[in-house]
Design a protein around this ligand. Structure first.
Ligand SMILES: [Ca+2]
Ligand SMILES: [Ca+2]
Length: 412
């Protein structure tokens, strides 16, 4: 009996040992090495690629690894788990000009030793308008009427907002277990659900350095409707005065021109605030509105070289026969700035814009669940000069933006 037990426990031990060693062996084969080799930009030969911090994000678990480049411009990520990675680095030249190195969908196979050349390219939209703030989630009293976003002149010269386009990009945010990734290549075109542009003749809407414009869903003073006994316990400070917004979204004339009825309860028009010119709505129909995605917009601002062809659409791969959806193609080369706001910290696979536009992504709360939170996404301040703020612009919203508890239109 004793002998039998002994031999049994011995065999258990053997199995355990065997499992342990095979586990180890298995684990080893799931590692590889990526050497990111930065190539200097010929336009800026004095900007060194040595001693530059490079980050590598695993798109499965969003773990970020960072390494500094050696004298040869190489950042070595040794013995890291196989998977799909995003590479991202940025070297600042002036407050509004930076060189970025970005690579997406970098696949590392078991035991692979990968050398990945990455070119340092001039960041899109350097020295131009940037997105400062996006308030899209609505408030605790279930109000969604007071949304806005804000565009900031981050340069040291006067810029004109006339003809500036913006788009709310297509694609899920990762807020729902059933969300599917868009599955379209993003390097040449982005795909928009809604597009509008700021009116003007080219010199109508001057924006001074360090100043901004506010584009409201409804340009009204929401403090006027404040009810001190509101069930959500909100204070008057929680309500925005958007009556001084520069522009307003108003879908009703656009919808009526297509034979549809707008939604006058939800989509209020302040006649004294000029409307943006709506160019495209993927869901134009009765009672629809033009507004940004509730769970996190992929927002880009851009300037096309010629009038945008609003028939240049693509049938979404997420369409069903009963619900075909067409998205407008926006050439990436026209983009000035973009921020990819996703639902939560692990939604990287839902990114809707190329790394050239936004190398990272941002979110209101790491675990999602920010709908009706009253929170806002805002760009950080990089520098304060005597006459103006300079906002952080590394073309990576993970670095550049932060979530704040209450929106701050035209303010910090
Ligand atoms: Ca409106
Ligand atoms: Ca108006």
């Amino acid at each position: 009996m004793m002998k039998k037990l002994l031999s049994l426990s011995l065999s258990v031990l053997m199995i355990a040992l065997f499992t342990l060693t095979s586990c180890n062996r298995e684990e080893k084969t799931y590692l590889g090495t990526i050497t990111v080799k930065l190539n200097a930009n010929s336009e800026f030969p004095d900007v060194s690629v040595a001693d530059v911090e490079v980050s590598l994000t695993n798109t499965a678990d969003n773990i970020v690894r960072t390494e500094k480049t050696n004298a040869a411009g190489e950042a070595i990520f040794a013995q890291i788990p196989v998977g799909v990675y995003t590479v991202n680095t940025s070297v600042k030249i002036t407050a509004s000009l930076s060189l970025n190195g970005v690579a997406q969908n970098v696949v590392l196979a078991p035991n692979e030793i990968k050398v990945l050349p990455v070119n340092m390219e001039k960041a899109i939209g350097s020295d131009n308008f940037i997105i400062k703030e996006v308030f899209f989630a609505g408030k605790q009293d279930y109000d969604q009427k007071d949304r806005f976003f804000e565009i900031f002149n981050n340069s040291d010269k006067v810029l004109y907002a006339d003809g500036l386009h913006f788009a709310d990009l297509a694609g899920a945010t990762g807020s729902d277990a059933n969300d599917a990734v868009l599955g379209l290549p993003l390097d040449e075109y982005l795909y928009a659900m809604r597009v509008a542009k700021i009116p003007g003749n080219g010199s109508t809407y001057a924006v001074q350095p360090g100043k901004s414009i506010v584009i409201a869903f409804n340009a009204i003073n929401f403090k006027e409707g404040f009810n001190p006994g509101n069930w959500a316990g909100l204070k008057i400070e929680d309500y925005l005065d958007l009556s001084t917004a520069d522009f307003e979204m108003n879908a009703i004339p656009f919808l009526e021109s297509k034979g549809f009825t707008g939604n006058t309860w939800f989509d209020v028009d302040n006649p004294s605030v000029p409307d943006v010119e709506i160019l495209y709505m993927f869901n134009a129909g009765n009672m629809t509105f033009f507004r940004l995605n509730d769970y996190g917009p992929g927002l880009v601002i851009f300037r096309p070289e010629q009038p945008l062809d609003v028939t240049n659409t693509i049938l979404s791969p997420l369409s069903t026969p009963n619900n075909p959806m067409y998205f407008l193609k926006i050439p990436v080369k026209y983009v000035i700035d973009g921020v990819d706001i996703l639902d939560n910290s692990s939604a990287a696979k839902f990114k809707r814009m190329d790394g050239k536009v936004d190398a990272g992504f941002t979110f209101l709360k790491a675990d999602g669940n920010a709908f009706y939170s009253g929170m806002s996404i805002r760009r950080k301040v990089a520098d304060v000069k005597s006459d103006r703020k300079v906002l952080m612009d590394t073309n990576n919203s993970t670095n550049d933006f932060e979530a704040i508890t209450r929106p701050t239109p035209r303010n910090y």
